[in-house]
Design a protein around this ligand. Structure first.
Ligand code: ZN
Ligand code: ZN
Ligand code: FE
Length: 749
C-alpha cells in the first residue's frame, strides 16, 4: 500500500492539530495515522484525495496553530490500513512545544451562555482552541498531570469529550465542567459566599475594591466609572499617576473609545492584550491623569466574561501587587499581601503555576506594536533569520529595567515573559527562578552566555556567575538594533543598516552613557555615526526621576544658564552646578529619554516622576492637541562635522517660543518634529549613499507613537524596520544580545 509521509513543523502540538487532521481525513476519505513526535506532527496518508488533504492541512489549520512548514514525501505502508487513527506520540522530547494562554473562544462563549448546566455560567470553561496553557504548566510534556488541573478528576462527561476526536474538547488538557472542575467563591473578612459573581457585582457597584484571581495573577478591580473608588485604589496602592488598565466588553469599549479595525483585531486576538486606545468619551480622569489614551482589554477568561456580563460597566483591572513587587498569584499570598488594599476577593481553587502579566500593545505607524510582552505571547518562539541555522544554544540576560531572558535553540528564539525591574528584591528572585524554569522546561544547555556591557546590572552579574566567568558582553544600543533586525527576519549576511536608537540610558563603548544614537551596523558590529550632544545627569539616579535636573544640565550646556536661573529658581542650583563642575554624581549622557524629560520640565512638568517614562508620556499627550502643521516649525538640531547633534539651537528656539507664550502643545510637537528630522536626515542619507540597506528604529522612546509616526513619515523613500512582536524598549534587549552573541560564535567557527 502506497501513500504519503507528511511532516508538519511549527506550533502544532497542544493546539488541536491531530483532531483537525483526523477530521480532514474523514472528509477526504484518507486512511493512515497522525502522531506527535519531537519534530512536530507526522502523518502517513493514503487515498485518492491526498492532494486536497495536504492543501487543507496548509490552509485550514486550527486557530492557535502556526504552521512553519509542510514536507511531503512518498511512503510505503508496512501493512494496509483501513481507517485513520490518532496514534501514540513517538520519541523522547515529543510534545515539547507549549502554546501561550488563549482567550475564551466563540464556541466556549456559546456554551457559557447556553442551557447545559455543566457549562452555563461556568467560569473555567475551555476547549482545544482556548483556555489556560503556560500559566497552568508545571512541567513537560504538556498533559493534564503536569498542570495545576492534575488534582481535578474528570467526570465521565468531560472524559468522554476529552477522548472523542470529533469533540471540541478532544485532548483539551484543562477540560472541566461545573461537576468536576475548579470552583469559584467570594470571600472577605466576614466569611465566604458561594454566589460569587452576584456578591462581587454588588460590591463593585457599591464602590468596593476587589482582588480578582485571573489567569496569570491577581488583579485589583473596581468600577472604572467610579472616580472615588479609583482614587481609593490609587491611594491604597501608592500609585498616584501610573495609568490603570481597563476591561470591558465590546459595548463598553465602543462607548468610551473608537477603535480602528486594526485595534479591534488586536483586542480580539487570542492573546487578548491591553490595547492603548484614544479616549472618545469621558471616564474619570484619574484612570490615567493627563493621558489622551486608555489601555483596554476584552474579557479573556470565562470568569471575566460572566463578571463583565453581570456588572455591565467597565472595570479597572490592574495587577494585584504591592508597589514595585511582582503580581500575586497564590491564594494565601493574596490574603496576606492584598488585605490592606482590597475589600474582598473573587477566588478560585485552580492554582496559577507561573506569573504572567497582561501584555500591552498599541497601534502606531499603522502596525501593532508590543510594549509589554507576557500573557498570550509567551512561550511562542520567533524563527531566527537566514544564516543562523547552525547557531549553538545561547542564553542572554537582557537589561536591568523591564528585564526578560532570551533562549536560542534549534534556530528559534524564545523571549521570556516581562519580568520587571531588577532593583526590586522579589523581582530579582523571580528573574533567577525564571532563568532556571525556562532552562528546565525547554531542556536548554547554553554554550554561549550574553549580557549587557554594563557590569553593574544584576543581569550581567548573573551571566558571569552562570557562565563560569566567560560572557559575551553586548553594547546596549547595538542590542536594540539587533533585536529589531531579528524580528524583521534580517539575514545574518543582510548587510548594514542605519539604526536610529532613541532610548533611556545604556553604557556606551567609550565608557560614557549613551541613548540618542544613530548607529551603522548589523549583527557583527557597528559604528556610532551620530549622537546627541551629551549632558550631565546631575545627581545620578535622581536625574532619572526629576526632569528639572536635566533641564538645568541642558540649558547650562547650551550657554543658557541665566534662563535656568529664572525657570528653576526654586531648586538648589548652585549645589547642583558645583557637583557637575566637580564631576560628582554627574556622569554625562547622550540619552534621548533625558532630553524628553528636560523638555517636559520646560513645559511645566513639575516634581518627580512616579513611574518610568511619565514625563515623556505627558509630553507626547501634550503634543496631540497641537495643529499638525506645527511639524513645519520643527526646532533645529545642528549636526556638527564630528557627528554630534548640538542641542543649543533647539534650546534657544524653544526659549524664544516659551517667552512669547507659544502654546505648550505646539512647542511639544515642534520638539518631537525637530528630534525626528535631526535623526531621519542622516539615516536616510546613509541608505541613499548605499552605506546602509534600511533604517531600523529601536529604543524605549519609540514607544511614543507620535515619535514613531513622525519618523516613519520622514523616511518615505527608504525601507524602514520597526518593532512589532518584540518591545522597542529594554524588554526586547535580550533577543538582540542573543543574536549578536550567536553571530559572533558563528563567525569564529
Ligand atoms: Zn474554547
Ligand atoms: Zn466535568
Ligand atoms: Fe534601552
Amino acid at each position: 500500500m502506497h501513500g504519503l509521509r507528511i511532516r508538519v513543523r511549527g506550533q502544532v502540538q497542544g493546539v488541536g492539530f491531530r483532531p483537525f487532521v483526523w477530521q480532514l481525513a474523514q472528509r477526504f476519505n484518507i486512511t493512515g495515522e497522525v502522531l506527535n513526535d519531537p519534530e512536530g506532527v507526522l502523518i502517513h496518508a493514503s487515498g485518492d484525495q491526498t492532494d486536497a488533504f495536504v492543501k487543507a492541512l496548509r490552509h485550514e489549520a486550527p486557530p492557535l496553530a502556526r504552521v512553519d512548514g509542510v514536507e511531503v514525501s512518498e511512503y510505503a505502508f508496512p501493512a494496509p490500513s483501513q481507517a485513520f487513527e490518532i496514534a501514540a506520540s513517538r520519541g523522547a522530547g515529543a510534545e515539547t512545544r507549549v502554546t501561550p494562554d488563549a482567550a475564551t473562544c466563540p464556541d466556549c462563549l456559546v456554551d457559557i451562555k447556553g442551557k447545559n448546566p455543566r457549562r452555563r455560567g461556568y467560569a473555567f470553561t475551555n476547549c482545544t482552541h482556548c483556555g489556560p496553557r503556560f500559566t497552568i504548566l508545571k512541567g513537560l510534556p504538556y498533559d493534564r498531570a503536569q498542570t495545576t488541573m492534575a488534582g481535578f478528576q474528570m467526570c465521565p462527561d468531560c472524559a468522554a469529550e476529552y477522548s472523542d476526536p470529533n469533540d471540541l474538547r478532544f485532548h483539551a488538557q484543562p477540560v472541566a465542567c461545573a461537576n468536576c472542575g475548579p470552583r469559584l467563591w467570594f470571600e472577605d473578612a466576614e466569611g465566604t459566599e458561594d454566589d460569587a459573581i452576584a456578591v462581587a457585582v454588588a460590591r463593585l457597584r457599591a464602590g468596593a475594591i476587589l482582588a480578582v484571581k485571573g489567569l496569570g495573577g491577581f488583579h485589583l478591580c473596581c468600577d472604572a466609572t467610579n472616580e472615588d473608588a479609583i482614587a481609593r485604589l490609587r491611594s491604597r496602592k501608592h500609585r498616584p499617576t501610573k495609568p490603570l488598565a481597563l476591561m470591558g466588553r465590546w459595548q463598553e469599549i465602543e462607548t468610551y473609545a473608537t477603535p480602528s479595525d486594526q485595534e479591534c483585531a488586536a483586542l480580539a486576538s487570542s492573546a487578548a492584550p491591553v490595547v492603548l486606545l484614544a479616549k472618545s468619551a469621558p471616564l474619570p480622569d484619574n484612570l490615567a491623569p493627563g493621558q489622551t489614551k486608555l489601555g483596554w482589554m476584552l474579557p479573556y477568561t470565562p470568569l471575566h466574561h460572566v463578571l463583565l456580563e453581570a456588572v455591565g460597566r467597565p472595570l479597572v483591572m490592574t495587577s494585584g501587587n504591592l508597589s514595585g513587587e511582582p503580581q500575586v498569584i497564590d491564594n494565601d499570598e493574596a490574603r496576606q499581601k492584598l488585605a490592606a488594599l482590597v475589600d474582598g476577593y473573587l477566588m478560585h481553587d485552580r492554582d496559577i503555576a507561573r506569573r504572567l502579566d497582561d501584555s500591552v500593545m498599541q497601534l502606531a505607524a499603522e502596525t501593532p506594536m508590543i510594549l509589554r510582552r507576557a500573557r498570550g505571547f509567551v512561550p511562542e518562539t520567533l524563527p531566527l533569520p537566514k544564516g543562523f541555522e547552525e547557531t549553538p544554544q545561547v542564553v542572554a540576560f537582557g537589561a536591568h529595567l523591564k528585564s526578560a531572558i532570551c533562549l536560542i535553540k534549534n534556530g528559534q528564539a524564545l523571549l521570556s515573559h516581562h519580568l520587571g525591574d531588577l532593583d526590586e528584591a522579589l523581582t530579582w528572585e523571580e528573574f533567577v527562578k525564571a532563568d532556571a524554569d525556562y532552562a528546565q522546561l525547554f531542556d536548554h544547555q547554553p554554550e554561549v552566555f550574553a549580557c549587557d556591557l554594563h557590569p553593574g546590572y544584576r543581569s550581567s552579574q548573573h551571566a558571569v556567575d552562570h557562565a563560569g566567568g566567560v560572557v559575551f558582553e553586548v553594547q546596549h544600543h547595538h542590542a536594540h538594533l539587533a533585536a529589531c533586525l531579528v524580528e524583521n527576519g534580517w539575514p545574518l549576511a543582510g548587510g548594514p543598516v542605519a539604526g536610529i536608537i532613541l532610548d533611556g540610558l545604556g553604557l556606551g563603548s567609550d565608557g560614557t552613557i549613551w541613548g540618542g544614537e544613530l548607529l551603522l551596523g548589523d549583527y557583527a558590529g557597528f559604528t556610532r555615526a551620530a549622537h546627541l550632544k551629551s549632558a550631565p545627569l546631575p545627581g545620578g539616579d535622581a536625574a532619572n526621576r526629576e526632569p528639572w535636573r536635566n533641564l538645568l544640565a541642558q540649558l547650562d550646556r547650551a550657554g543658557l544658564g541665566d534662563a535656568a536661573d529664572r525657570l528653576l529658581a526654586k531648586h538648589p542650583l548652585p549645589l547642583m552646578r558645583q557637583a557637575v563642575a566637580k564631576g560628582v554624581n554627574a556622569q554625562v549622557s547622550s540619552s534621548a529619554g533625558r532630553l524628553f524629560d528636560a523638555f517636559a520640565a520646560l513645559l511645566g512638568f513639575e516634581g518627580g516622576q512616579s513611574h518610568e517614562g511619565e514625563a515623556a508620556m505627558w509630553l507626547e499627550a501634550l503634543a496631540t492637541r497641537a495643529a499638525r502643521d506645527e511639524v513645519a516649525n520643527a526646532y533645529p538640531f545642528t549636526l556638527q562635522s564630528d557627528g554630534v547633534f548640538d542641542t543649543a539651537p533647539l534650546w534657544q528656539a524653544a526659549l524664544r517660543d516659551f517667552d512669547s507664550g507659544v502654546d505648550p502643545g505646539a512647542m511639544s510637537l515642534r520638539f518631537h518634529a525637530g528630534l525626528v528630522g535631526a535623526f531621519a536626515a542622516p539615516a536616510r542619507a546613509l541608505v541613499l549613499d548605499d552605506k546602509a540597506k534600511a533604517v531600523a528604529l529601536s529604543g524605549g522612546c519609540f514607544q511614543n507613537a507620535l515619535l514613531l509616526n513622525l519618523t516613519v513619515e520622514a523616511l518615505p523613500d527608504v525601507s524602514v524596520l520597526l518593532h512589532t512582536q518584540v518591545p522597542a524598549n529594554d524588554g526586547g534587549l535580550a533577543l538582540g544580545q542573543a543574536a549578536i552573541a550567536a553571530a559572533a560564535r558563528l563567525h569564529d567557527r
